[in-house]
Structure formats: structure tokens, C-alpha cells
Design a protein around this ligand. Structure first.
Ligand code: ADP
Length: 507
């Protein structure tokens, strides 16, 4: 008998600014955890490095302990002490870096939005690499995400390879080209990078404002493989508008750039086991879904169903930022009411004028039997809304991938979405005859205006009202679709493999 030799997995270290559920602002947090867990399940050794924020949800970290090491990392001409903590989040080992820098970088009560974000995260990048060097780890892949950890790439090649941290190849995933991390060149020097070398058009000089440097660009230029989060978005960012100036850089690096559709974590997003739901349910038995709908209506003070429940419940869970099509979200509320539906919005905005506008709408509908706006971040309520709603509106102007349409489908809520980015790669219109029947799972529109949204929402409402059996079949089909990480994680493993096979080749 020949013994099958088990192929050893890769050692992958993700360095990121977010990780669900402990430090999550948006989809990035879900991706780090979902991809990490999927890679781990497939036999790879996955470790995560995160900042130790004061505002994390510490209750979701198991066995958190401080390590008996003193890590000194460089910043602004000095070395600073860091404490390193180790804990388990969703089964993944996570190292948390706590800088003892006088600026208290991660002791701010929020994840982002500080004036010195550029400094805070370039400090973190340097400290994360210092930790990998000092701890003697020899990862195969270092995978970084978004501008916050993009500086890892130039730091790795310029400073750490010569010190012996040289086992790894670098993967960089950009989750949104709108946020790039741009600052004066001097800011780059703080973490020890050589500004003269890097402030050049083919390296980190910003493509718009030439006396600035751009971290996202550095991540693209200096990583071995660069991905974004859906194939359609990967096309969109190759054009000037989508790429926000980086289309030129992507053109130069097109051979190593591609889109891999994100997945969702099928274990944490599972209506059959979700502990945050009052009633669990599955595609084979939707009675729990209807019970959740009734319970949520009562909880939020909405009118209960009458007779055949022909008032569909429309949900929307989102950051309220221009990217998400806030004017169309507002319109969807009124349109749903006109069409005789109910609407629940869960969202909050970092933009004060938008937050104020929606607070105004929330007040207008205070006590209204069919409309409720909940303007905060609330993980538990989000699960209840996915489970309770019949439809889920996502009218984004652009959407790199979008996870809410996938979660909504898994919970039997039919997405009504604008055809852009990852929405275009995951939602297929029920009335579009160019798709096979088994692929159809929602309603889509193209024009980013009220007429466009009406076109999709009105059709969804009409089907719900006039053909309930057809609707139930659509719900069942959407719930059974596989948007798990399983397939996408294989794509990442393939990319890692290609990178490592080329590993002797220079960038
Ligand atoms: P983005 O990353 O642009 O915010 P995604 O669709 O990729 O958008 O991911 C959004 C994630 O954040 C989803 O898991 C969604 O459920 C969650 N989310 C967004 N807003 C809220 C909120 N107000 N309360 C709870 N969860 C939210």
C-alpha cells in the first residue's frame, strides 16, 4: 500500500484593520474572518494580526492573554514598545498589537475617522512586520487588506527581507478603491520608508495630486498578487471613474490583478442555527421565517399582518454613505409605502448631514405602522431583519462586492439591487430570459435614479402579491444558492500557489 502523503498547507498571515465580529465596520471585517476560516478548514495555517482597539467587542475573543514578549518597533526616529496579545476569534488565532506610543493610536473609542489615521495604520504595519520577524515566523503568504495595511508591502521588501523575514509572498486585496490613504510624502517617512525612493510615478506618488503619496498604490505596486472583491468591480476599477485615479496603476500591473467574488460565512450566517433569531428556519420549512416577521413587527411597533399578509416587508441594512445610493434608499422608503409594503431601515452614517437627514425621516415616521428607521449599528437586529424581510433593497451607486445581498438570500429575503460591481455577479433578474431559470434569484435595475429603482421594486411587489407560490419558489431557490467561501477560498489558494511557484522571480 502506498501511503498518501498529506500535502502540507500554506501558512497564511492576514494583516488587517478589521475582523468580524470583534472589530467590524463593514464587509472587510466579514471577509477577513470568512476567508480565514475557509482557508483553515481546507488545512492551511491561518493567523491574523489586528490592532488592539479599545472599542473592540472583547466578549467575542476567547482565551485572550498578553504574551510574555517585549516588541519594540520603529516610528518617527524612535523605537516604541508594544504589547502583544493572543486570543481566538471564531476559531482563528489572532495577535493583537497594543502600541505603547504616547499618541495612544488605538485607544480612541473608534476604529477609523481620526485625523492621524495614516500614522496610526502605518505604525501598525511596521509593528506587525516587526512582530513576524521577532517571533521567527516563516509564513508562505502575507495577505493585506485595503489602504490601512497596504504599507506592509513596501516595508517588507525595503526593510524586512534584508533582515531575514523573507519567506513570504504578498497578496493584497482592495475592498474599495474609494479609500486610498493619501498624505504628504513626509508622512511615509515616519514608519521608516524611503520617501525619495517611493515618491515616484511608478511607485507611490498619488496619480492625481503629485506632491502626495498613496498607500493603496503602494499595495498594488509592491504586492505579488492583487485582488479586488468581484469580477465586475475588477473591470469597473480599470476605468478612470471606478479606479479613482488608480486605473493607470492597475493597467501597468494588469497581469497580477483580478477579481475574486467574496463569499459569506455559512456557519455564522445560517438561519437554521442562528442563535440571534427567535425562530430558526430553513429552505424546507419557512414557517420560522414568518414567525420572525410577526415578532419583528411587534418588536418595532409595525402593523401586524392581515389575512394573506400581502404587505411585503422590505429591509435595508447599510452604512449610509453616498456609495450606497442614499437618495435611492430614501426613495425606496416612500415607494414601498406607495406600493403598500412595509420598510425597515437599519443604518448609520459617518457623514453628519446624511445622519441628520435620516434622523428627520425617522422622526416623520415615528409611530408609523409601516415604516421604521433604526439609525445605529446593531448586529443582533441585523440578523432579525434579514430573517423577517421578504425583500432587501441595495441601490448602490457602486458596490465592490456587497455581502448584504448574499446574507439576505440565505435568509430568504429577495434582493432588489442596482446592477453594479459584485451585485452584478451575484443577483440575476427573475425576468431576464438570458439567465437559466435555476440562476434567477432577485430583481435588478441599471439606471441610478428613481425610475430605475421603481422598475425593479414594482416588479418584485407585483410578483409577491399576485403569485405567492412563484414567490415561495424564488425564496427557496435563493436560500439554496451557494455563496459560501468554499469556492472563493479555492481561488485564493490557487493564487497563492501561483505566487509561490513564481517565488524566485523578482517583482
Ligand atoms: P460595506 O463593506 O460597504 O459596508 P458590505 O455589504 O460588504 O458593505 O458589508 C456590510 C456588512 O455590515 C454586512 O454584514 C451588514 O450586515 C453589516 N452592516 C451594515 N450596516 C449595519 C448596521 N447598521 N447594523 C448592523 N450591521 C450592519
Amino acid at each position: 500500500l502506498t501511503k498518501l502523503k498529506k500535502k502540507p498547507g500554506y501558512h497564511v498571515v492576514h494583516i488587517a484593520a478589521e475582523m468580524a465580529p470583534v472589530a467590524k465596520v463593514g464587509g472587510l471585517g466579514d471577509v477577513v474572518t470568512g476567508l480565514g476560516r475557509a482557508l483553515q478548514k481546507k488545512g492551511h495555517l491561518v493567523e491574523i494580526i489586528l490592532p488592539k482597539y479599545d472599542c473592540m467587542d472583547y466578549s467575542r475573543i476567547k482565551n485572550l492573554k498578553v504574551l510574555d514578549v517585549e516588541l519594540y518597533s520603529y516610528f518617527d526616529g524612535q523605537t516604541h514598545k508594544n504589547k502583544i496579545w493572543l486570543g481566538i476569534v471564531e476559531g482563528l488565532p489572532v495577535y493583537f498589537i497594543e502600541p505603547h506610543h504616547p499618541a495612544k493610536f488605538f485607544w480612541r473609542g473608534q476604529f477609523y475617522g481620526e485625523n492621524d489615521d495614516f500614522k496610526r495604520f502605518t505604525y501598525f504595519c511596521r509593528a506587525a512586520l516587526e512582530f513576524l520577524l521577532q517571533s521567527g515566523k516563516k509564513p508562505d503568504m502575507i495577505h493585506t487588506h485595503d489602504w490601512q495595511t497596504a504599507a506592509v508591502a513596501p516595508l517588507y521588501w525595503d526593510i524586512y527581507v534584508s533582515q531575514g523575514l523573507d519567506s513570504a509572498r504578498l497578496a493584497f486585496t482592495c475592498h474599495n478603491f474609494e479609500y486610498q490613504g493619501v498624505d504628504a510624502p513626509g508622512a511615509l517617512a515616519s514608519c521608516g520608508l524611503n520617501v525619495q525612493q517611493l515618491h515616484r510615478p511608478d511607485r507611490m506618488q498619488d496619480n492625481f495630486v503629485h506632491d502626495r503619496v498613496n498607500l493603496l498604490k503602494g499595495g498594488i505596486v509592491f504586492s505579488n498578487v492583487v485582488t479586488t472583491v468581484s469580477p465586475t468591480y475588477a473591470q469597473e476599477v480599470r476605468a478612470p471613474e471606478g479606479g479613482r485615479g488608480l486605473h493607470l496603476t492597475l493597467a501597468q500591473h494588469s497581469k497580477k490583478f483580478l477579481g475574486v467574488l467574496n463569499g459569506i460565512d455559512n456557519e455564522s450566517w445560517n438561519p437554521a442555527t442562528d442563535p440571534l433569531l427567535e425562530f430558526q428556519f430553513s429552505a424546507d420549512d419557512l414557517s420560522g421565517k414568518y414567525a420572525n416577521k410577526a415578532a419583528l413587527r411587534t418588536r418595532l411597533g409595525l402593523a401586524p399582518s392581515e389575512g394573506d399578509d400581502d404587505r411585503p416587508l422590505v429591509g435595508c441594512i447599510t452604512r449610509l454613505v453616498p456609495q450606497k445610493g442614499v437618495h435611492l434608499i430614501r426613495h425606496a422608503i416612500y415607494r414601498t409605502l406607495e406600493c403598500g409594503g412595509q420598510f425597515i431601515l437599519l443604518g448609520s452614517s459617518p457623514v453628519p448631514s446624511i445622519q441628520r437627514e435620516f434622523e428627520g425621516i425617522a422622526r416623520d415616521f415615528d409611530q408609523h405602522p409601516h415604516i421604521r428607521l433604526v439609525l445605529k449599528y446593531d448586529e443582533a437586529l441585523s440578523h432579525s431583519i434579514y430573517a423577517a424581510s421578504d425583500m432587501f433593497v441595495i441601490p448602490s451607486i457602486f458596490e465592490p462586492c456587497g455581502l448584504t445581498q448574499m446574507i439576505a438570500m440565505r435568509y430568504g429575503s429577495i434582493p432588489v439591487v442596482r446592477k453594479t460591481g459584485g451585485l452584478n455577479d451575484s443577483v440575476f433578474d427573475a425576468d431576464d430570459s438570458s439567465y437559466p431559470e435555476e440562476k434567477k434569484n432577485g430583481f435588478t435595475f441599471s439606471a441610478a435614479n428613481e425610475g430605475g429603482l421603481n422598475f425593479a421594486l414594482d416588479r418584485a411587489m407585483a410578483y409577491y402579491r399576485t403569485n405567492r407560490q412563484w414567490w415561495r419558489n424564488l425564496v427557496t431557490r435563493a436560500m439554496k444558492m451557494d455563496y459560501s467561501w468554499d469556492h472563493s477560498a479555492d481561488e485564493y489558494i490557487d493564487l497563492y500557489r501561483q505566487c509561490l511557484e513564481r517565488s524566485k522571480t523578482k517583482l
